[in-house]
Design a protein around this ligand. Sequence first.
Ligand code: ADP
Ligand code: ADP
Length: 226
Amino acid sequence: MADVVLRNVRKTYPGGFEAIKGVDFAVGDGQFCVLVGPSGCGKSTLLRMVAGLETISSGEIEIGGRVVNQVEPADRDIAMVFQNYALYPHMSVYNNMAYGLRNRGMAKPEIDARVQEAARILELGTMLDRKPRQLSGGQRQRVAMGRAIVRQPKVFLFDEPLSNLDAKLRVAMRVEIRKLQRRLATTAIYVTHDQLEAMTLADILVVMNGGQVEQIGSPLDVYARP
Ligand code: ADP
Ligand code: ADP
């Protein structure tokens, strides 16, 4: 139900720089799509437009059959995981995950059930009372993912979520993210400049360069090409 479709999407930043020059692609329901390409090619801009954090200059973005160009970010049914985690430092792990749900006026038993379930999946069950500073980098990143999971979104968006972790942890978390996405069967769009990460994670790979899509296909299709 949550296909994401981009039709001739463009972005010109104030000042006139054309960061996205007419991008078309579709991500099927439950697919894991990775946007890959060199720094500055427009990956983050594109993701932020899907999230509603950046206006689109022209074209159309559709999520779950609904054109979202004018839909407020909060009503898009997406959840985003950022590179810097963006956790609230003064709140417990539990409250970091519960905060957004409380703001939406969700009833406490439902919030509690969702947080407990996310904590179980992410193996954070014993950490719920800790503050972010009492966690390792990998644990913090899992809390950031927990905060996205509890919203039960139609689409997960990831903006280089592992790039602050050391190499070993990055590999481990990559595996975790993939397992998690399979298990939740949620559509995902994941931004990275790391080719290996892209290849490991993607059902569908969108290779970008200079604000355009250069190649699109399965990792095998894309990397097997001469
Ligand atoms: P990537 O995520 O692939 O590194 P970005 O989407 O962050 O690329 O940036 C794409 C291009 O748009 C870059 O040249 C960047 O400098 C430019 N850019 C990003 N944000 C802005 C902005 N707010 N104003 C003007 N130019 C921007
Ligand atoms: P703070 O002290 O940061 O304001 P609280 O500890 O008072 O936050 O928690 C706010 C709400 O979240 C309370 O209703 C509390 O019952 C619930 N809560 C907090 N931690 C947990 C936890 N580990 N398990 C279940 N509920 C929790």
